[in-house]
Design a protein around this ligand. Structure first.
Ligand code: MRU
Length: 353
C-alpha cells in the first residue's frame, strides 16, 4: 500500500507531526524554497511562531498545541516529579509568541484543560491526542465553512482575497481559501485576485503558490489596485480570514483588510469573513480591545532583504487592523453563517458563556 509522504511539499502540510517531532513548512521563504524546519522543544516552537516560520491564526494555534507536547516530553524526562510546573512555564512562553490571533490562546487553553485532569506519570499520549484532535477539527471546520461560504456566492465571479487564509494558514484546506476552493469546485470562481500583502507578501508568495498548486486561477495585484478593480464591476466578493473576532462581530485581520471592506461597501461588493469559532473571542466586547501586533520597522523599510527606505527614517508597522462589524456582510463559521453580524447574532451563534 502506498502511504502519502507526511513531509511532501503541499499546502496542506504547513504543520506536520511526524516521528515525535514537529515539522513546519518554512513560510518565510516559500515559494522560492520549499523546506521543512524540524522543531524539538517548546522554546523552538515559540521562536518559530514569532519569526513567522508558521503564520495564520489557526496554524499558529495548532503549532502551539504540538509545542505543548514537546514541552511535556522534555519536562517529564528532566523533572518527572514536577513536570506540570515546567510545562506551565512553557505554555506561558508559547502564549507570548504573538499577541493578536486568539486561536493561539484558545489552543493553549485546551491543552491546559487536558493537563489539569491528567493523573498520568506520562502526559504525552493524552496531550498528543488533544493536539491531533485540534488539528483534525480545524480541517473539518474549514471544509464546512467552504460549503457554507460557497453557497453564498453567485458565480461565476471574480474574488479578491488579502493575505493568506489558506491551507498554509490552517490545519489544511483554508478558511477564506477554503471558501474559494469550494466555490471554484462549484464553477463559481472566474479569477482570484490575491493582494500582494506588504510587507510579508503572504498574498503574492503564499496565496498565489497555494492556489496555483490547486489549479485555481489566481492573479497577484499590489495592495493599491483593489479600488480600480472593483470599479470595473467584475468582483462579486472580497473573502478574507480573521485573527480574532470580537463579541460584537468586529473583525481583526491582516493590515489592509479594513480598507478593502470600505472599498467593498462603496462599490456594492460583498465582504465575507471565513473563520472557525476558535477565532471568536466572546470575552471582548469590541475590536477596540484586540491587541494589535506591531512588528519591526525594518520589515517595511526593506523589500526582498534589501533596504529601500532612506537611513534615519522610521516606519509604522501594525500587522493587523479591525474592520467594524457594520462593514461585514457575513461571517462564515463551521457552525453556520452570521449575516450582518452584531452582538446579539454572535451570542446566538456561540451560545451561553
Ligand atoms: O501575520 P500573519 O501572516 O500571521 O497574518 C495572517 C492573517 O492575517 C490571516 O488572514 C488570518 O490569520 C486568517 S488565517 C486562516
Amino acid at each position: 500500500m502506498n502511504t502519502p509522504n507526511p513531509l511532501a511539499i503541499h499546502p496542506d502540510n504547513a504543520v506536520v507531526w511526524h516521528d515525535d517531532r514537529l515539522y513546519l513548512l518554512d513560510q518565510r521563504i516559500l515559494p522560492a524554497e520549499t523546506v521543512f524546519v524540524a522543531l524539538n522543544s517548546a522554546a523552538e516552537t515559540a521562536r518559530a511562531i514569532t519569526d513567522m516560520v508558521v503564520r495564520g491564526a489557526p496554524a499558529i494555534g495548532i503549532t502551539a498545541a504540538y509545542g505543548v507536547v514537546l514541552a511535556a516530553r522534555d519536562r517529564v524526562r528532566a523533572e518527572p516529579a514536577s513536570w506540570r510546573d515546567g510545562v506551565g512555564a512553557d505554555i506561558e512562553l508559547l502564549a507570548a509568541s504573538r499577541p493578536t490571533a486568539v486561536n493561539l490562546f484558545w489552543a493553549l487553553e485546551r491543552m491546559r484543560r487536558v493537563m489539569a485532569v491528567l493523573d498520568a506519570a506520562d502526559p504525552v499520549p493524552a496531550l498528543l491526542a488533544e493536539a491531533k484532535t485540534i488539528h483534525l477539527e480545524d480541517v473539518a471546520a474549514n471544509r464546512a465553512m467552504g460549503d457554507f461560504g460557497a453557497a453564498l456566492i453567485q458565480g461565476p465571479t471574480d474574488i479578491i482575497t488579502h493575505c493568506n487564509a489558506g491551507a498554509l494558514a490552517t490545519g489544511g484546506y483554508g478558511t477564506a481559501l477554503g471558501v474559494v476552493r469550494s466555490a471554484f469546485a462549484a464553477g463559481k470562481v472566474r479569477m482570484v485576485y490575491a493582494d500582494e500583502t506588504r510587507p510579508w507578501l503572504q498574498g503574492s508568495r503564499l496565496t498565489a503558490w497555494e492556489l496555483a498548486q490547486s489549479g485555481i486561477p489566481v492573479t497577484v495585484q499590489s495592495d493599491n489596485v483593489a479600488a480600480s478593480l472593483m470599479a470595473r464591476g467584475r468582483v462579486g466578493w472580497v473573502v478574507v480570514g480573521s485573527d480574532r473576532i470580537a463579541a460584537n462581530g468586529d473583525v481583526c485581520n491582516k493590515i489592509g483588510t479594513y480598507g478593502l471592506a470600505v472599498l467593498a461597501r462603496h462599490h456594492g461588493v460583498g465582504f465575507m469573513v471565513a473563520a472557525p469559532t476558535s477565532t471568536i473571542d466572546m470575552s471582548i466586547a469590541s475590536g477596540a480591545e484586540i491587541p494589535i501586533e506591531e512588528r519591526s520597522p525594518d520589515e517595511v523599510l526593506a523589500c526582498g532583504g534589501k533596504r529601500i527606505g532612506p537611513a534615519g527614517v522610521g516606519a509604522h508597522n501594525p500587522v493587523f487592523d479591525v474592520t467594524p462589524a457594520a462593514l461585514v456582510d457575513c461571517i462564515v463559521t463551521e457552525r453556520g453563517v452570521v449575516q450582518q453580524p452584531d452582538a446579539e447574532k454572535m451570542r446566538a451563534l456561540m451560545g451561553p458563556a
